[in-house]
Design a binder for this molecule. Structure first.
Ligand code: KIV
Ligand code: ZN
Length: 517
């Protein structure tokens, strides 16, 4: 069904780089964050929340670099309602063209009593002071009453009114613990619209967590009742069960424009490439049956469905795969493809490669094309990611040799190099060849870790597909992720383990990178 009136424009506020990055194991380094920010720009999001500057040097640098270099979206930094937080957020944002400070303070009775030990008056005082301090730096201010969905509605209305009077231009209503249901959340938003006298001076935003699997439904219920901004993340990444998934909420609004009379400026064919980019950078797999971007999202298996599809596509399909970015054919390049063709494919996959990066990836591509006849999108993404992770590597993988027989301890020899100098160790131990290789790497690098997770998957299809390995290791109470790619899966595992060790050396952490605040 189509409508004649112009749809209301909903602002898409992406928090993949802030709330999304808080997902266990999803931490990104600076170059990875810049890459995601560029992809979000290409996708057409309106606001990018780039980090929480007070919490770590890494977050501060990421917000600063993204504010300085990314144009075409508002860049936002998060701060508690504390002077030091707000000053630090501004320090990170000040070189940007179009920036926003996002201040938050919890308002629910549980948070007031147990976390903050503040009464209602103190909460209002701090919220107003926080908004006013931020307003001293820039006009575009967002205020979030954290745990709003569990806040008494009268008090929530009062806090929101005071925050707007103090200068907030967006009031964001978080369901911090994913407690709301659609009817409940609709009531919260409707109450704010009807009861806050100055509500027309600010945009109502919503920020829903997915603990009950209702984040998208709650966000849509909020839009139906007047919300003008949705906070969301690519692939629904985020604390615990994650946030509202950007691709799902955007496509729900677009597909059901007849009902919501609302839309976003998201360039929907960039959804699948952006989802894949974020998945490959964070190592967080997208489930096959995930709506919109999962591999099976458009696969029709039942005979009766296939029959209907052949007669008329719309019998069983409410969106076209190409509208969300599934390409018609996955077979891309081969041995004779040139540098320009590779650059073109990399761009289509969401990567922005500088000339020297392209040269390096092209060298790897040529080597791979000698081993493998058909090179698919997944292979190209894996090669680029492999290069990106190597940027921080102090130890380089050189070669390995393993001898393994069932029922006997394996023997593994590995050679690594550091500053051009080779180091070789042989170990006969462990449960299998990879365990022995990991032990050898630990001995050379002097880093002892506990492996928490180890995976190998194929980067594309075929028996000769590259193996992409993700390893999560724990070191000094923190979890670090490593990634490795090779047509040889044992080598991919060894490279992933070494990459995790290199990340430890580089001082990056995958979980708990931000200081607890
Ligand atoms: O979930 C939450 O309440 C948040 C706020 C900082 C907006 O992430
Ligand atoms: Zn959140």
């Amino acid at each position: 069904m189509t409508t004649t009136s112009t749809p209301r424009k909903i602002t898409i506020f992406d928090t993949t780089l802030r709330d999304g990055e808080q997902s266990p194991g999803c931490s990104m380094n600076l170059s990875e964050k810049l890459e995601v920010a560029q992809a979000l720009m290409d996708l057409g999001v309106d606001v990018i929340e780039a980090g929480f500057p007070i919490t770590s040097i890494g977050d501060f640098e990421a917000v600063r670099e993204i504010a300085k270099t990314v144009r075409g979206a508002t860049i936002c930094g998060l701060a508690r309602c504390r002077e030091a937080d707000i000053d630090r957020a501004w320090e990170a944002l000040k070189e940007g063209d179009d920036v926003r400070i996002h201040v938050f303070l919890a308002t629910s009775a549980i948070h007031r009593e147990f976390k903050l030990r503040m009464d209602k008056e103190a909460i209002i005082r701090h919220a107003v002071a926080g908004v006013q301090r931020a307003k001293g730096y820039c006009d575009n201010i967002e205020f979030s009453p954290e745990d709003a969905a569990r806040t008494e509605i009268d008090f929530l209305c009062q806090v929101v009114e005071e925050a707007i009077s103090a200068g907030a231009t967006t009031v964001n209503i978080p369901d911090t613990v994913g407690y709301a249901t659609p009817a409940h959340f609709a009531h919260v938003i409707k109450s704010l619209v009807n009861r806050v006298p100055n509500i027309d001076q600010a945009v109502i935003s919503v920020h829903c967590h997915n603990d009950l699997g209702l984040a998208v439904a709650n966000s849509l219920a909020a839009v139906e009742n007047g919300a003008g901004q949705i906070e969301c993340t690519i692939n629904g990444l985020g604390e615990r069960a994650g946030n509202c998934s950007l691709e799902e909420v955007v496509m729900a609004l677009r597909t059901r424009g007849d009902f919501y009379h609302a839309d976003t400026r998201v360039n929907s064919p960039r959804l699948v490439p952006t989802s894949r980019l974020v998945s490959s950078i964070t190592g967080m797999l997208v489930q096959r049956n995930k709506a919109i971007v999962g591999r099976n999202a458009f696969a029709h298996e039942a005979g009766i469905h296939q029959d209907g599809m052949l007669k008329e596509r719309t019998t069983y399909e409410i969106m076209r795969p190409e509208d969300v970015g599934f390409s018609q054919t996955d077979l891309v390049l081969g041995k004779h493809s040139g540098r320009a063709a590779l650059a073109d494919r990399a761009r289509a996959l969401g990567y922005h490669l500088a000339n020297e990066q392209l040269d390096e990836v092209y060298t790897d591509f040529k080597k791979l094309a000698d081993k493998k006849k058909e090179i698919f999108d997944g292979d190209i993404a894996a090669l680029i990611e492999q290069r990106n992770t190597q940027i921080v590597d102090q130890w380089q993988f050189v070669s390995y040799d393993v001898h393994a027989v069932s029922g006997q301890p394996p023997t593994a020899t590995i050679t690594l190099s550091r500053e051009g100098e080779p180091h070789t160790v042989t170990k006969t131990c462990g449960d299998g060849p990879l365990d022995a290789l990991f032990n050898a790497v630990e001995e050379i690098t002097g880093k002892s870790v506990v492996v928490r997770d180890f995976r190998v998957q194929s980067a594309s299809r075929g028996k000769d597909a590259q193996g992409e390995s993700i390893v999560e290791v724990e070191h000094n109470g923190r979890v670090h992720r490593g990634r490795g790619v090779s047509t040889d899966t044992v080598e991919a595992g060894a490279r992933a383990f070494l990459n995790a060790i290199n990340r430890i050396e580089a001082g990056q952490t995958a979980v708990g990178k931000r200081e607890a605040v």
